[in-house]
Structures are given as structure tokens and as C-alpha cells.
Ligand binder design. Sequence first.
Ligand code: PBG
Length: 327
Amino acid sequence: MTFPKTRMRRLRASASIRRLVRETNAAASQLVLPLFVSEAVSTSEPIEAMPGIERLSVPAALEQASAASELGVGGVLLFGVPAEKDPEGSAAWASDGIVQSACAALKRELPELTLITDVCLCEYAEHGHCGVLTADGKVDNDATLELLARIAVSHAQAGADIVAPSDMMDGRVQAIRSKLDAESFSETPIIAYSAKFASSFYGPFREAAGSAPAFGDRRSYQMDPANGREAVREALLDVAEGADMVMVKPALAYGDLISAVKQATGLPTVAYNVSGEYAMVKAAAAAGYIDERAAVLEILTSLRRAGADVVISYHAKDAAKWLAEQN
Ligand code: PBG
């Protein structure tokens, strides 16, 4: 049946009919708010490229997490900015490191809030790469695995509910899973940053975390944005290694892969709406070119429609507020 018997506009005639037939909804409980905890700030410090986001002391991070929790946000994702970096990145697994201290405080004060930690070396190592270096300056995959596993265990010991490796080394999910299991954290889930692309959209994050590589780039370990089949392969390998959830990152230009990875794995799939994507919305909104609230809700709904079960978003608190107003 076609026009004039079929009229698609019938089901768009009123807000209540549109609500009735809406296929996808975004919910605060599926949002995760990233937090930058810094050893070097006394309370908080703005991040120029990310208006509204700050580097936080542990007490300030606790305040942010508490506000997010009250708004119904599903969880927080911790990134650490250490006071000192070294060639190995040893502050990443120190039991009194910044993320470990934040985990302890957050678990103590907000035991119900899901606490996720980013597992990587780039914020802690002088060279800013996500793995250890060989003598000739290459990122050494296999030598990195043991350190990542050590970081993950230190986070779990400090109170992390979920660990999320973002380094893109081969075999890291397996290495982390077996070390967690050996250290009696067999109940701690792993979110694998499975399809993490070498993206220009991480620029503001690198300012926030001071983690820009000192030389070269990340293209020998992060994925080529041209490759979709490879993204599915990465995700399936992570599933085989024991990942509990998989991730596609960035989000906006990668909706096809959120969908493909979800379909292929059947696992809860996370989309990371990254720093540069946040910065673009903020800049356009500040210039008066777009309506921030409408744009953010549209983005979150679209990522859910693509297949994301969980969305990591710097807008999580605002979005939770806006979603509550909508209902
Ligand atoms: C660390 C890491 C990065 C992001 C998350 N974990 C930066 C990078 O790989 O350069 C990016 C997050 C964002 O841009 O919001 N490996």
C-alpha cells in the first residue's frame, strides 16, 4: 500500500502519538560520566578545550560523582593525572596512586555508584604512549601486558567495580582476565575498548590528561578509521579473551560499527562519545549555532539507536537532568 492510503505523517501528528511509537529512548542509567582525577590540583582546574569539565582533586571528584549519582547517571569512569611521570608509568599501578585513592574514596562514600577505571599507561609514562617502549622507541606489545594486568588488579583492589583497558595492545583482555582471576577478582568485569580508532577527536582529552605522545602517534596500535571489518574482528577477539562488554570509540562517525559490533558479539556494547565530540557541541552551542540540549539528546538517542547499550558522555550530568525534565 502506498500513498494516499499510506500516510507516514499520521503517526507524527502529536507529541503523545510520537511518544507512543518511539523506537529508542535514552536513559540516565545508561550514561557514564568520565572524571579526571589529578594529584596536582588542590580543588579543580578548568580544561580549556572542554568547557564545564575540570581536572579534580579526590574530594572534588567525589562531589561530581555524588551529583551524577543523584541525577541517576549509571556510573563514572576514572582517568588519573599523576603528579609525576616516569619512563615506565609506575604511578599507574601504585597502591596509593591517584586513581587508586579516588577509587577508595568513591567506594567508601558512594558504594552504589558503578565505578569504572581506565586502564592504560599513557597518562603516567613520560613518552605518552599506551605501552612500554623498546630500546629503539617502538611500543612493545608483549612487555606491556604484564603492566596492564598489574594496573587492573590495583584498581580492583582499590574498589573499582569494572576495569576498562584502552591501550589497544593485542592480548590484553586475556592478560588482565587471568591476573584478575588469580588475584581473586574473578567477579570483576572487563569493558574492552575493542574498536578504538586513531582519531583526531581525542585532542581535548590529551590536554585534559596531559597524555599526548611525546613523539610519533598512536597509529601502530589504535585502529585505522577506514576499517570496519577489522573492528568486528577486534571485538570478537576480545570476546574470546573474556571481555564482558565491548566498546566502539569515538562514537559519532562510527555508528555503523556500533551496530556491527553489537550484532556480531551480542555483548553489551558501549559507545564513547569522546572529548572532541563534546568540544564540537560546546563550541557550536557557545557560538549560538546549535541548541546544546536538543543536540545532545539527539546524539544520545542516535547512539542508542545504532545499538549502544551504554554511552560514555561528558554531557552525562546535563543529559540526565534534561531526560528527567522530558519525562
Ligand atoms: C587513553 C585514552 C584516551 C581516551 C580514552 N583513554 C586518549 C588516547 O587514546 O589518546 C580518549 C577519550 C576522549 O577523547 O574523550 N589511552
